[in-house]
Design a protein around this ligand. Structure first.
Ligand code: UDP
Length: 419
């Protein structure tokens, strides 16, 4: 990485904070991404201020996240505003950010926004501050709407319009996979030369393999055979498919296997997905074999991954799927739906299985093939550990910075020789 000790980035994360508890509400992969990228930038001497919303009386005005990284909490919207309500507070949030920047006489080299709401904020900030703008979408409405889970609400037209503007105006779009880059170009009309594909990473000091027996003892399931789901509970994640698959698998063999469901409901949801799933499990007669454990702290997850014989990811769409990488880093094979983000993380037949569609019988077959052949599952787990080693967050940050550096150079030249 080209070290640029004076570089300071204004990172916009209006929707959720990188310091929020994960696996519930809207807090998941994006929060981890922002936290890890800021830490990796800090390790290279690049400073970041992450602008997010104040959601509780306990939130300070400013909090340090890593050596050169701070989180700035700004008042905008209500504590529990959902993402669509937040759209009405974009202007207010941008004004608060500008006021903070002026009050503290801060100079930034770049605005880096995450998710469409922050993109709408960045649009206002970059106009006022005349700075280059980098954006990571994390998810795209047109892609989500292409394959909706039964009962899921499509993303609204306003979001699509904003995403189109971001695709047209941002100086650099960082996509997590080649497919996402293609979607930005084909569905949103972004110029290919402003799209950079950079895979997210994994914290290998946290996510490491360990003996399954020890891990099961640690999490209170000693001697049990376990399947695992980890993620925010919403329709998109497709958990109903694996409940139905578990019922089929248990009918055929393996009546002793338990499914642990980690993660909580989204506050945005009108109906609790967890309660709905409990009813499905009861109707299938498998309530006694499914444990809804709620959200679990990130640093506790390695025990769960190492304890499980398979991590199941039946998502309807996923722009990347950090859980798949975390599971593999801990030696756990992954059975995932064959959607682009997950197909970029899981190697079919090598580190797990990719399943087309959501037919419970297909899912049961793949799950049974792992449960029936523990040696094959162990080998897949070992290969997953090797695969995950290729994704250090430092490399993600390095690749982003390499793509960003020319923007900074031309901004500096323009400042010296304005037209
Ligand atoms: N996560 C967590 N505790 C939970 C559930 C999830 O720490 O109880 C974390 C998980 O480890 C992962 C992130 O939330 O890092 C979810 O990321 P992913 O990309 O899989 O899904 P997203 O939230 O982006 O849809």
């Amino acid at each position: 990485m080209i070290l640029s000790p004076r570089a300071r980035l204004a990172v916009v994360s209006m929707h959720t904070s990188p310091t929020a508890s994960l696996g519930q509400n809207a807090n998941g992969g994006m929060n981890v991404y922002i936290r890890e990228i800021c830490a990796a930038f800090a390790a290279c001497g690049i400073a970041t201020d992450v602008f997010t919303r104040r959601v509780g009386a306990d939130d300070p005005e400013v909090e340090r996240m890593a050596s050169l990284s701070r989180v700035v909490y700004l008042p905008a919207g209500h504590d529990h505003s959902d993402k669509y309500e937040l759209l009405h507070h974009v202007g207010e949030f941008a004004d608060e950010a500008l006021a903070f920047i002026r009050e503290h006489q801060l100079n930034y080299d770049l605005v880096y926004s995450h998710y469409w709401l922050s993109g709408a904020v960045a649009e206002l900030l970059t106009e006022k501050l005349a700075l280059p703008w980098v954006h990571t979408a994390h998810t795209l409405a047109l892609v989500k709407n292409r394959q909706l889970a039964p009962g899921a609400k499509p993303e609204p037209a306003e979001r699509i319009q904003i995403e189109r503007r971001i695709a047209a105006e941002a100086d650099l779009l960082v996509a997590s996979t080649e497919d996402e880059g293609g979607d930005l170009a084909l569905m949103y009309g972004a110029d290919r030369d402003r799209i950079q594909v950079v895979a997210p990473g994994i914290d290998r000091s946290t996510f490491q393999p360990m003996a399954a027996s020890e891990a099961r003892r640690k999490i209170g399931f000693a001697g049990q055979r376990l399947l695992l789901f980890v993620g925010r509970l919403e329709r998109l994640k497709g958990v109903e498919t694996i409940l139905r698959a578990l019922a089929l698998a248990a009918d055929r063999r393996h009546q002793d296997v338990r499914l642990l469901v980690l993660g909580g409901d989204s506050r945005d949801a009108q109906q609790s997905e967890k309660e709905r799933l409990k009813v499905v499990a009861a109707d299938l007669g498998i309530s006694d074999r499914v444990d809804f454990l709620g959200s679990v702290a990130h640093h506790e997850l390695p025990y769960f991954y190492a304890a499980a014989e398979a991590c199941l990811m039946p998502s309807y769409s996923e722009s990347f799927g950090l859980v798949g990488l975390e599971a593999q880093a801990c030696g756990c094979p992954v059975v995932a739906s064959n959607v682009s983000g997950l197909a970029s993380v899981v190697r079919e037949g090598v580190t797990g299985y990719l399943v087309d569609g959501h037919d419970p019988a297909e899912w049961a077959d793949r799950i049974l093939s792992l449960l029936d052949d523990p040696e094959n599952a162990r080998q897949m787990g070992r290969r997953g550990v090797l695969l995950a080693q290729r994704y250090p967050w430092g490399l993600t940050a390095d690749r982003i910075w390499t793509a960003v550096a020319p923007l900074l150079e031309s901004a500096q030249q323009n400042a010296v020789h304005p037209n």
